[in-house]
Design a protein around this ligand. Structure first.
Ligand code: HEC
Ligand code: HEC
Length: 702
């Protein structure tokens, strides 16, 4: 079969791939947007006073007539930079509508991308009790890389040689597996075809001995039956092979129509006489079907006008892949039996999978890894310290365990993650063959030669001896929760220093739900290289007005973590170069003997400002106070819920999702902070279960 034919088989209706709900825009003619500019901007950007050289009184009502100026207006309003802070704040809902309108008119999709979810002001989602609103548009969602591997495991019982991962996610921070971002392009199609060939080789592995076909390990009986070059398979044999492949790849039976189509494909390919080759082509074609590689969420008409419910088969996949990387057999079976039709059915399956002690935790843990991003510790290069062992992989593994430990208890999860004094410390397990059980052991064991004179990974945590019973409670008044785990501190550090700016950005975005405009190109984002000054002191470069308009949202939230060094060790002072002592540090002949450091007093204070929650705003004396305040804040918890929504729903929240978000937050609170309750609520929300009938507005296929 030619590549072109494969490509045509694989093509997904482009209108559906990645389509998202159109932005709801109040007015088509732009009058309110122009009025908004007149009310809030023109007094400084008019014909006489053109602040910053920008004039806005003469903006044409149609953004396509002045795209650059309108985008500049949108960005300034969206990022809350204009009107300037001392001016009266515009109404959040009106500002939002203007931003959405300009984006729509200029074809922008900015707020559908990862890390743009916060562009919807928090008050508009949580400000007042929400009512049910229109569900989102139908969509298809390409499998993510792990789910593709789960798919392969589901169809191949043996090892597939030469398998290549066809899919990648965008290189962005945080939650990235968004339905609207991915389609299957030509390079990944090529890989998919080769993978399908390799998978079918395993599925049909056999040898010919004395004219007989003998199945090899991992082969599927029904498929091997088609491998005899001399025997014409019966229609029955062909159909049963197709049915087996459908069941494995798609979790459903082939329809009569499909059986016929694949039969015809076989007949066409077998014309040349290569019967086994024709059978393999048919088996590959099933693996390349769009519904094998995409999650379909089109829905079927529901009793209610304009509303569609996800079909049971769609639901089985949607729930399976929300919680794991493979189709869940019980969900597939329930869908086939008509037992996946109500909210309660879905809730029961979600609870069952979340309670299964044998279930794969990778997808669950994945949310916390993407939310906190402590895994990045492994990507920050650091010189090997002399005094102790820096092993980022172990630090990350310790935090993974801590997250799973908190999730296992499933109580007060948000607060626990931020404030638990417990930690796993250089912890691993090994199988004890005699006892047949896992036993604790140190993750990194010191080697007397290589690690001579070094202290172990424990020392990074401020713990002296390795404990077999973990988690341990860390020394009092030292560190609390994930943001003070060495893994997180390292992940948000640079090669030689702490990174208070990006730590602060993390807090602003992930816990306060705020936005920071991207670092403009052309700005030299560097602190002066003065080794005799503390980092905090050097970071005062950002206090210049043109920098502070952005940095006031970050720096003060990150500076409390100066309590730790960039390896994540608690410290009581910051070593800085002592120029005078260094100058005097010479041998008898006056040759310099090297730099001398002195301890500069450590300042660990910071400030929460413009958080949106007056109870949160104010000074904090250190990282523990900051984190404790955040852990007790409704706002921070709700922002956490917003992120969970993005992970489980595969998109940014829209205004119409306010009810789903509020319900999820309420379920979280009322269950005593059970993450499971939060997930059950999200996966049984209207936002998850329903779609609107497709009626794409003209030209909205972007
Ligand atoms: C109180 C006066 C004032 C008001 C009101 C005001 N601006 Fe400005 N604007 C300024 C000043 C001063 C500058 C130049 C300094 C700066 O960029 O901060 C500026 C700069 C700008 C720029 C250029 C920014 C850049 O980085 O090049 C844009 C665009 C802009 N304003 C849009 C707006 C919009 C849109 C509004 C209304 C929502 C608005 N301004 C309201 C004073 C104002
Ligand atoms: C429009 C917003 C904006 C302005 C204006 C801005 N910055 Fe930044 N800056 C950022 C953001 C966002 C980051 C974080 C980048 C990231 O997450 O990687 C950053 C990061 C930095 C960093 C830390 C780099 C690192 O490795 O993390 C420094 C230092 C910095 N900026 C200095 C400055 C200085 C000095 C100015 C003024 C001349 C300035 N910035 C103006 C947004 C801004």
């Amino acid at each position: 079969m030619t590549r072109a034919v494969w490509l045509s088989l694989l093509a997904v209706t482009p209108i559906l791939a990645g389509r998202e709900p159109p932005a709801r825009v109040a007015d088509p003619d732009g009058a309110p947007a122009t009025q908004f500019v007149a009310a809030h901007c023109v007094k400084c950007h008019g014909p006489d006073k053109r602040a910053g050289g920008v004039r806005l009184d003469d903006l044409p009502a149609d953004p396509t007539k002045a795209p650059d100026r309108w985008t500049a207006v949108r960005d300034q309003v969206r990022d809350g930079l204009m009107p300037p802070a001392k001016e009266p704040r515009p109404d959040a809902a009106r500002a939002r509508a203007v931003v959405a309108w300009v984006s729509e008119k200029s074809g922008g999709r900015a707020d559908k991308a990862p890390n743009r979810g916060n562009l919807i002001p928090h008050e508009l989602l949580f400000g007042k009790p929400a009512r049910a609103a229109d569900p989102p548009a139908p969509r298809v969602w390409r499998l993510n890389p792990e789910a593709y591997m789960g798919f392969v495991q589901g169809v191949a019982r043996g090892k597939v040689n030469g398998l290549v991962q066809p899919f990648v996610l965008v290189p962005e921070r945080g939650i990235r597996d968004f339905a609207g971002l991915y389609a299957i392009d030509e390079p990944s199609t090529e890989i998919l075809i080769r993978n399908a060939e390799a998978i079918v080789e395993v599925q049909t592995a056999h040898e010919l001995k004395d004219g007989k076909v003998l199945a090899k390990n991992g082969a599927v009986r029904e498929f091997v039956a088609l491998m005899d070059p001399k025997a014409e398979p019966t229609a029955q044999q062909l159909e049963s092979a197709v049915q087996v492949q459908f069941q494995m790849a798609l979790g459903r039976r082939a329809t009569a129509d499909e059986v016929e189509r694949f039969g015809a494909l076989y007949a066409k390919c077998a014309k040349t006489g290569d019967r086994p080759g024709a059978a393999k082509t048919v088996l590959q074609a099933v693996l390349l079907k769009t519904d094998a590689l995409y999650r379909s969420e089109l829905g079927k008409p529901d009793g209610q006008f304009g509303r569609r419910t996800l079909a049971a088969t769609e639901l089985a996949v949607a729930v399976s892949l929300a919680l794991g990387h493979r189709r869940d057999p019980a969900l597939t079976a329930a869908a086939a039996k008509g037992e996946l039709t109500t909210r309660e059915h879905v809730a029961a399956h979600v609870r069952r999978i979340l309670a299964d002690p044998k279930a794969d935790t990778a997808r669950l843990l994945g949310f916390f890894r993407e939310f906190f991003e402590y895994g990045g510790a492994e990507d920050v290069f650091k010189d090997k310290p002399k005094a102790f062992v820096h092993q980022p992989r172990q630090l990350v593994a310790d935090t993974d365990r801590l997250v799973l430990y908190v999730l296992a208890a499933d109580r007060d999860v948000f607060r626990e993650l931020l404030t638990t004094p417990k930690s796993f410390v250089n912890y691993a397990t090994a199988k004890n063959k005699q006892k047949g059980a896992d036993e604790p052991k140190p993750g990194v064991v010191l080697n007397p030669i290589n690690n001579k004179g070094q202290s172990g990974v424990e020392s990074v945590y401020g713990v002296e001896t390795w404990e077999p019973v973990q988690p341990v409670t860390l020394p009092a008044n030292t560190r609390l929760g994930i943001l003070m785990q060495p893994s997180w501190l390292v992940a948000w550090s640079t090669n030689f220093d702490n990174d208070p700016v990006r730590r602060g950005r993390w807090v602003r975005e992930r816990l306060l739900g705020g936005n920071v405009p991207d670092l403009p190109i052309g700005v030299v984002a560097q602190v002066p290289d003065d080794p005799h000054r503390t980092f905090r002191d050097r970071l005062t470069v950002t206090r210049a007005a043109q920098c502070w308009k952005c940095h006031q949202r970050m720096d003060e939230l990150g500076l409390p973590f100066e309590q730790f060094d960039h390896f994540g060790r608690l410290r009581t002072a910051e070593p800085v170069l002592d120029p005078e002592a260094t100058a005097k540090n010479v041998d008898k002949k006056g040759k310099p003997l090297g730099p001398v450091y002195r301890d500069a007093p450590l300042v660990t204070s910071g400030t929460v400002a413009d958080s949106g929650d007056p109870a949160l705003d104010g000074p904090v004396k250190d990282a523990r106070e900051l984190v404790t305040k955040l852990a007790n804040s409704d706002r921070a918890r709700q922002v956490f819920v917003r992120h969970a929504f993005r992970y489980y729903l595969g998109r940014n929240e829209a205004l119409a999702d306010a009810k789903a978000l509020q319900d999820a937050d309420r379920a979280f609170v009322e269950s005593g902070g059970s993450f499971k309750a939060l997930v059950v609520s999200l996966l049984t929300s209207d936002s998850f279960l329903y779609r609107t009938a497709p009626n794409p507005p003209a030209g909205a296929t972007k």
